[in-house]
Design a protein around this ligand. Structure first.
Ligand code: HEC
Length: 149
């Protein structure tokens, strides 16, 4: 077990917060690996496979923004019904850009405006969605991608 622990400790962590590591935060600690034994090694194998697997899954929520879980869930539903066609089932992009780290490029105000008014191939949703729905989908696109992973 110690060898495995050392190997894991020496492995560079992926830049993004890996989704699986959030689901099994305990597995990340060498102490808990020793305690949990083989099960932890299996879980870590899955974790490393999942982390290394796809760069498009990367998502780090904005550190300075908090949204209620209920709003993130409402926004996810808006996203799934109105936005996947161009931005992908998980925000990975398509004809529209990857949105998983969109908060780094846009302030909340700018983000709201983009969804409301559109432009450059992005349809404006100011008429087809309510202000609340737009606020919800913006919250989701900033901080909710792990709901779809
Ligand atoms: C018909 C295709 C299409 C649909 C549907 C669509 N978008 Fe877009 N979206 C685009 C394109 C194309 C761009 C790039 C526009 C640009 O570069 O200014 C974009 C850009 C964006 C951006 C800015 C991205 C950035 O990198 O700054 C956001 C935010 C966004 N869309 C949100 C949404 C939301 C929310 C929905 C659903 C309510 C949605 N989009 C639906 C095509 C689409």
């Amino acid at each position: 077990m110690t060898e495995v622990t050392g190997w894991i400790a020496g492995r560079p962590r992926p830049a993004g917060i890996c989704i699986v590591s959030r689901m099994f935060p305990a597995v990340m600690s060498p102490k808990s690996i020793r305690r949990a034994g083989p099960a932890a090694v299996v879980a870590l194998g899955l974790l490393i496979a999942a982390c290394g697997g796809s760069a498009e899954a990367e998502f780090n929520p904005p550190p300075d923004e908090q949204y209620p879980q209920s709003q993130l869930e409402a926004g996810r539903d808006v996203y799934l019904s109105s936005c996947t066609f161009c931005h992908g089932n998980k925000g990975e992009g398509g004809t529209g850009p990857n949105l998983r780290q969109v908060w780094e490029r846009r302030s909340p105000e700018d983000h709201l405006q983009k969804v409301t008014e559109g432009g450059n191939g992005m349809p404006g949703f100011g008429r087809s969605l309510t202000e609340q729905q737009i606020a919800d989908v913006v919250a989701f696109e900033r901080a909710g991608w792990d709901l779809l992973d």
